[in-house]
Design a protein around this ligand. Structure first.
Ligand code: KG4
Ligand code: ZN
Length: 360
C-alpha cells in the first residue's frame, strides 16, 4: 500500500487515539499522523507497585474510573470537540482482556455518538508508529523510510519486524521466553529495585562497571529469535552466590552488566538482520527503547540510520495508537461497532490484520 502525505493545503486529519491494553489509561489527538496535539496518560504504576507487577482486575477497574476524564482532557488540550475529530483509533489487542474492553467500549460509544469511523489498532503496530511522531517543530521531523527493520522491545514483546511499506509487517523473529522489558522487570525485582525494573536498572547502572560480571548473550544462531531467560537465571545465580559469600551486593555493577548483556544481544542481532535484509533504516520502539544505553549503542554504529520515538512516547500512550490510526484511515480501513478485543493478536500484514477473521 502506498500512502502519501497530504499537501500543505489539504485539510488536516485529526485522529483521537485511546489505549487501555495494560496499566496506562491514555488518550491523545494526533494531527496528520505525526504531530500530537495532546497526549494524556494516567499511569497506574503507583497502584500496581505494591503487587510488584500489574494486577489485571485492579487495572480494568482503574481504567473504568479514569477513561472518561482522560478522553475529555485529551480533547480539551487539543482545543477540539469530538465533531472536529476525523476518526477514533483504539487498541484492540494484544493486552489484558478486561483492560482492552474498557478502551474499546469507550471508543465505540464515541464513534456511535459522533458518527465517526472506528479503527481497531494492534498495540505493537502502535509502538512501531510512535517512531513517526514528532517531538519538535514540524520542520524538524524526518519520518522513517522503507524498507525498514523494526526492533520492538516492550514489557510483553521482543520482535524483529521487516516493513516494506506502511502497514505491512513481516515478523522475522521474537523472544522464545521472556520479553526484554520482562527481563528488566524480573531482574529489577531480584535486585530489590522498584517496579518497573527497566528505569530502575538504568538508574542503578549509572555508576556501575558493565564489565564487572560477564553475563551470557544467547546468540541463537541461524534464527532471528531472542532468549532472555538464561540471562535472568545467570543474574539470579550470581546474586545467590554473592549472598552466600557475604561479600555484599555490588548493585550498580550487577545492573550495568545485566543491561550491557541485553543491549549487546539486541543490537548485534538487529544489525545482522538489517544487513541481511538490506533495509534502509532501523526503527526501535516499545518501552525498552527509552533505555539510554540501548539508544547510545544504536547511535554509536554508523551503518544504518536509527529512529527512536521521542523518549516520552516510548512507553504506552495513545498518541502512537492515533498515529497508526492515521495510516489506516488513509488506507480506508474502518471497523464495525461489533468488533471484539483480541488479547493475543499477533502483528501480521494488513490483509490479515484488517480481516474480521483475525481472531485470537
Ligand atoms: O511498551 P511498554 O510501556 O508496555 C508494554 O507494552 O509492555 O513497556 C514497558 C516495559 C517495562 O518492562 C519497563 O521495565 C520497560 O518497558 N522500560 C524500560 C525503560 N523504561 C521502560 N526498560 C529499560 N530501560 C528503560 N529506561
Ligand atoms: Zn506497550
Amino acid at each position: 500500500m502506498h500512502t502519501t502525505s497530504p499537501s500543505p493545503d489539504s485539510p488536516r486529519i485529526r485522529i483521537l487515539g485511546i489505549e487501555t491494553s495494560c496499566d496506562e489509561t491514555a488518550a491523545a489527538v494526533v494531527e496528520d499522523g505525526h504531530f500530537p496535539l495532546s497526549n494524556v496518560v494516567a499511569s497506574q504504576i503507583a497502584v500496581h507497585a505494591q503487587y510488584g507487577g500489574v494486577f489485571p482486575e485492579v487495572a480494568s477497574r482503574q481504567h473504568i474510573r479514569t477513561i472518561y476524564a482522560v478522553v475529555n482532557e485529551a480533547l480539551e488540550q487539543a482545543h477540539l470537540s469530538l465533531e472536529e475529530i476525523d476518526a477514533i483509533a483504539v487498541t484492540r489487542g494484544p493486552g489484558l482482556p478486561g483492560s482492552l474492553v474498557v478502551g474499546l467500549n469507550m471508543a465505540k460509544g464515541l464513534a456511535l455518538a459522533s458518527h465517526k469511523p472506528l479503527i481497531g489498532i494492534n498495540h505493537l503496530e502502535g509502538h512501531i508508529y510512535s517512531a513517526w511522531l514528532a517531538s519538535q517543530e514540524p520542520g524538524d521531523h524526518h519520518p522513517p523510510q522503507f524498507p525498514l527493520l523494526a526492533l520492538l522491545v516492550s514489557g510483553g514483546h521482543t520482535e524483529l519486524i521487516l516493513m516494506t511499506d506502511h502497514l505491512v509487517y513481516q515478523r522475522l523473529g521474537a523472544t522464545l521466553d521472556d520479553a526484554a522489558g520482562e527481563a528488566f522487570d524480573k531482574v529489577g525485582r531480584l535486585l530489590g529495585l522498584a517496579y518497573p525494573g527497566g528505569p530502575a536498572i538504568q538508574e542503578a547502572a549509572r555508576n556501575g562497571d558493565e564489565t564487572a560480571f560477564h553475563f551470557p548473550r544467547a546468540r541463537l544462531e541461524g534464527t532471528w529469535d531472542f532468549s532472555f531467560s538464561g540471562l535472568k537465571t545467570a543474574v539470579l545465580r550470581t546474586v545467590q552466590d554473592l549472598q552466600k559469600s557475604g561479600r555484599g551486593m555490588p548493585l550498580a555493577d550487577l545492573a550495568a552488566s545485566f543491561q550491557a548483556a541485553v543491549v549487546d544481544t539486541l543490537v548485534s542481532k538487529t544489525l545482522h538482520a538489517a544487513r541481511t535484509f538490506r533495509v534502509r533504516e532501523i526503527l526501535v520502539a516499545g518501552g525498552v527503547s527509552a533505555n539510554l544505553a540501548l539508544r547510545r549503542a544504536f547511535q554509536e554504529q554508523r551503518e544504518f540510520p536509527v529512529h527512536f520515538p521521542p523518549p516520552s512516547l516510548c512507553t504506552d500512550n495513545a498518541a502512537m495508537i492515533a498515529a497508526a490510526g492515521y495510516f489506516h484511515y488513509l488506507a480506508g480501513h474502518q471497523d464495525g461497532l461489533d468488533i471484539d478485543v483480541l488479547p493475543t493478536w499477533p502483528l501480521l500484514t494488513t490483509e490479515t490484520l484488517s480481516a474480521p477473521s483475525a481472531s485470537k
